[in-house]
Design a protein around this ligand. Structure first.
Ligand code: NAD
Ligand code: ZN
Length: 350
């Protein structure tokens, strides 16, 4: 397999400005790394946050974004033993971690202080050839479609982990806030596969149809509901609210509302990362209703393997649209306007 010296990529050259589609050199893998010929990459709202400089964490600059890259290994470093040329792998948010600190030793590699982040602190998957740490690439079975699995590599892993962190058990109810977006659609499918009832919360009729068709039992439209807290509680059989809430929205208000409609002794899982937002909940009600509020951040290598296994068994079917890598800036515009239903996946050959 011949590896070119140059490739097409989407490069952010200045924070706040759209990426530039241009040719850049192909990277070389270090001793522990692989070079992945990225075929498809999902577009996550995190990529837009990175472009806009929304978070209190600096990005590499210039930056190639992207962290849902699915492709084929074309080269590997001298120390790589268990990933072979030709293997199908995924470049995910955690590009590499030390694997030896107290967090990594407990399988919490997203918490590793030396973790590198694809499309944020190192170049990511919006290029045709991407370098990633061999220990951290997702292993993808060869009979799994690379374009369909791409959104699993961040959206799928993250919501699967969040659902596990919520402690919700089969037969219980989960409210998914931002259910019509990329993570939201995946969350509905994973929740369903895990035996949960889903209350979908998002805005507009297109997202109503989309979320109900994916298996949500109720849809609450935050743009038209007169009393969202009452509507969510009313969607559960005894009116006491869902056992778990998965917050995926990109605005602050839902983060303040969730503790009011979660069931007493229930758990609110925060995953969405709206810019400059704060969590606020009344101490009195949080205490006497025994509410748990926690953050959840991507997933470890085991969560990755499990999330891909759900997908490989045919349990996860979330819609996605494929466009060329050259059209990435248009996808960001639609996403910024809240108009993306499900996920966009870019094809790096176009
Ligand atoms: P997306 O743009 O595809 O979806 C966001 C959805 O939220 C949209 O459908 C939008 O209509 C909806 N929404 C906005 N305001 C709402 C409100 N008030 N109530 C209900 N719904 C509302 O984005 P995405 O790619 O699914 O990402 C979602 C968020 O998750 C982003 O902030 C992203 O950075 C974050 N994220 C976090 C992790 C993590 O590990 N914690 C991982 C991946 C992504
Ligand atoms: Zn992501």
């Amino acid at each position: 397999m011949s590896i070119p010296s140059e490739q097409w990529a989407q490069v952010i050259e200045e924070t706040g400005k759209p990426p530039v589609y241009k040719k850049i050199p192909v990277g070389k893998p270090g001793p522990n790394e692989v070079l992945v010929n990225i075929k498809y990459s999902g577009v996550c709202h995190t990529d837009l946050h990175a472009m806009l400089g929304d978070w209190p964490l600096a990005t590499k600059m210039p930056l190639v974004g992207g962290h849902e890259g699915a492709g084929v290994v074309v080269a590997r470093g001298d120390l790589v033993k268990d990933v072979a040329i030709g293997d199908h792998v995924g470049v995910k948010w955690i590009n590499g971690s030390c694997l030896n600190c107290s967090f990594c030793r407990q399988m919490d590699e997203p918490l590793c202080e030396e973790a590198t982040l694809s499309g944020y602190t190192v170049d990511g998957s919006f290029q045709q050839y991407c370098v990633a740490n061999a220990d951290c690439v997702a292993r993808i079975p060869k009979d799994v479609s690379l374009e369909a699995v791409a959104p699993v590599l961040c959206a799928g892993i993250t919501v699967y982990k969040g659902l596990k962190e919520s402690g919700a058990r089969p037969g219980q109810f989960v409210a998914i806030v931002g259910a019509g977006g990329g993570l939201g659609n995946m969350a509905i499918q994973y929740a369903k596969a895990m035996g949960l009832h889903v209350i979908a919360i998002d805005g507009g009729d297109e997202k109503r149809e989309n979320t109900l068709s994916l298996g949500a039992t109720t849809y609450v439209d935050y743009t038209t509901s007169k009393d969202l807290v009452a509507d969510v509680k009313a969607a559960t059989p005894d009116g006491n609210g869902p056992e778990a809430v998965i917050l995926l929205a990109v605005s602050e208000l839902p983060f303040q509302q969730a503790s009011q409609y979660v069931r007493p002794h229930g758990t609110v899982i925060c995953i969405g990362l709206p810019a400059k937002a704060y969590l606020k909940a009344p101490v009195f009600e949080t205490v006497i209703r025994m509410v748990t509020i926690k953050g959840s951040y991507v997933g470890n290598r085991q969560d990755t393997a499990e999330a891909i296994d759900f997908f490989a068994r045919g349990l996860i079917n979330a819609p996605y649209k494929v466009v060329g890598l050259s059209e990435l800036a248009n996808v960001y515009e639609l996403m910024h306007a809240g108009k993306v239903v499900g996920r966009y996946v870019v094809d790096t050959s176009k």
